[in-house]
Ligand binder design. Structure first.
Ligand SMILES: [Zn+2]
Length: 107
């Protein structure tokens, strides 16, 4: 399916930051779309993964009122990994839903 982040344009505008050679950098500009990795399309699995990530984010923030750091601590995972799961970049393992005390959503 067409990438919902860039609408198939393969690029998106936004703030990019990261760590390179031990230094932080950040800039605003056009960059390769991180959702589709610049392909303009995502697979159905990826689309589902993103939906599940959104549900996890909503559950954590709106129902549990936890920050990513706090939720990571409670659920025993690194908050950076949690943030990637919520962004749909990494699949959410079934155990995480168990630890979070919620049924894995059926999508
Ligand atoms: Zn894209």
């Amino acid at each position: 399916m067409i990438c919902p982040s860039c609408d198939g344009s393969k690029e998106s505008f936004g703030f990019v930051d990261g760590l390179k050679d031990g230094k932080h950098y950040g800039y605003s500009g056009w960059h390769r779309c991180s959702t589709c990795q610049g392909t303009g399309e995502i697979t159905d699995e990826h689309a589902l993964q993103r939906e599940e990530g959104k549900l996890l984010r909503r559950f954590r923030g709106h129902e549990k009122h936890l920050s990513q750091r706090d939720a990571g601590r409670c659920w025993g995972i690194d908050f950076v990994l949690l943030s990637k799961m919520e962004a749909g970049r990494v699949p959410i393992p079934d155990e995480l839903w168990v630890k979070a005390g919620r049924e894995k959503p059926l999508l």
